[in-house]
Every structure is written in C-alpha cells, then in structure tokens.
Ligand binder design. Structure first.
Ligand code: UDP
Length: 234
C-alpha cells in the first residue's frame, strides 16, 4: 500500500477534548496515539502540531490586549503538546517536543536538523508554540513547520470529512471534493486553512489532506494512502 514517508499531522485542540469541548479527553488522546503508533511502526515519520482551542484562543477575550491574549493561546499549545506527548509515551512511542522559544526543559528550541534526526529514528516530533508570534494561528505554524521539515503532506484532522462546496450542515446540495487545488480554494473562498497558511503552502507547493478524525482508523488509512477526505493540491 502506498503511503506517505513523512507527514505533519495537525490536530485541533477541540479534537483532544472529546465531548467535554475543553481540556483533555484521555480516551480520545489514547485512541489517536494508538493509530499514530501503527503508522510509525510501519515506517512513516510523524511530526505533530496541536491547536489550543480546548483551553484558549486569542479572540477568547475582548478585554485584554490581543498580543497578550495570543501569548496565552501560544502557551495553551505548549500544554497540549506536553500532555499528548506523554500519552504517546504511555502507548510505547518515543517523542520529543520543540518550541520556537526557550521554555526551560518543557521543550527544546526548534532546530530543523535535530527534528529531522528525531524523525529518522522513529521519534514523534511535537511542534509546540505555533509560530511563536501573536497574530498567527497554529495553521500558520503547521504550514511553516511542514515546509521546513520537508514533509510530503499536511494531514489535517477535522470534525468534517473533507472540503465541501458549501457548509453541508446549512446546504443539502453541498458536494465534497475528492481533490481541489489551493487556487480553487482561494477563488471559491472555501475555508480550509487561514490565509497566511494558504499563502505559505501555495508558494512552497505543500499539499494538504483534510480528513475526519471521527472515522475509525482514519489516521492510519489516510497516512497509508487510502484517502477518505479531500486532497488540496498546491
Ligand atoms: N496563537 C498565536 N500564534 C501562533 C499560534 C497560536 O498567537 O503562532 C494563539 C492564538 O491566540 C490562537 C491560539 O494561540 O487563537 C490557539 O491556536 P489555534 O491555532 O488553535 O487557534 P484558532 O485557529 O482556533 O484561533
């Protein structure tokens, strides 16, 4: 079965929270970890970015300064990586955590060479802290790190199983794309990833696979080349 050699898996913060919508749902995280273990055991190199929405988003507060609010969001992504990395270790994987800034021994400062060395020996590399800058999101961090680490593809696990012509919850005529180009995504104003991340992927020819985390074995299947979502070509 054809599969990807090196992927960047993006998980939203909410995906980790399960039904609770906030914090962590341990069973959900363990289930994700077991799937990732299977693909790592088969030889796929896996880097992971996790959002922060299960704790905090910059736009959560309309009272405090946006810069500070975004810093809290950045720290939320670090907490998520520390937790999920340790769940991965619990199921038997080796992991490392990198951040764009020094944060004591909670994570190492990102280095392309060290991260690639880790990937090549089967360690799962967690990329915490997004871009490290306010006014960005983890979508931008995902695009940046996937390009820097020369990943084959960004695999974005979502609550929805692909890219649709319209919101399928609102429009019964909405059709799912099997493949679509990033240029069409922009032309049709479809919300896939934010505009900064879109520009980075377009310029650096980084494809994105959007798939549902809620389907059984979806990480395993999609990483193995059995696409159940939408491939956005660049
Ligand atoms: N964030 C940031 N810069 C980054 C990554 C994240 O400022 O490079 C902050 C921002 O406040 C964001 C929050 O961290 O709202 C959580 O990140 P995520 O990408 O999950 O946010 P969302 O897209 O859901 O707002």
């Amino acid at each position: 079965m054809a599969g990807y050699k090196r992927i960047l898996l993006k998980l939203s913060g909410e995906a980790l929270a399960g039904e609770k919508k906030t914090g962590f749902d341990e069973a959900t995280c363990i289930a994700v970890a077991k799937q990732v273990k299977e693909i790592v055991d088969r030889g796929t190199e896996v880097a992971i970015v996790i959002g922060g929405g299960n704790f905090w988003r910059g736009r959560t507060s309309e009272t405090i300064d946006r810069y500070k609010a975004d810093q809290i969001g950045i720290l939320a992504t670090v907490m998520n990586c520390i937790y999920v990395s340790d769940i991965f270790r619990y199921v038997g994987m080796q992991t490392s955590i990198y951040a764009p800034f020094a944060i004591s021994d909670m994570a190492e400062v990102f280095s392309k060479d060290r991260a690639i060395d880790d990937l090549s020996v089967g360690r799962v590399v967690f990329l915490a802290g997004g871009t490290g800058h306010p006014y960005f999101t983890t979508d931008s961090g995902t695009a940046l790190r996937a390009i820097e680490l020369e990943c084959d593809i960004i695999m974005m696990a979502k609550a929805i199983d692909g890219v649709y012509s319209a919101d399928p919850k609102l429009d019964p005529e909405a059709v799912k794309y099997i493949t679509i180009s990033l240029n069409e995504v922009i032309e049709k104003n479809l919300k896939v990833i934010d505009t900064t991340a879109t520009a980075l992927c377009l310029e650096n020819k980084m494809p994105i696979l959007i798939f549902s985390l809620n389907e059984e074995d979806s990480i395993i299947n999609n990483a193995s080349g059995v696409c159940s979502g939408t491939v956005v070509t660049a």
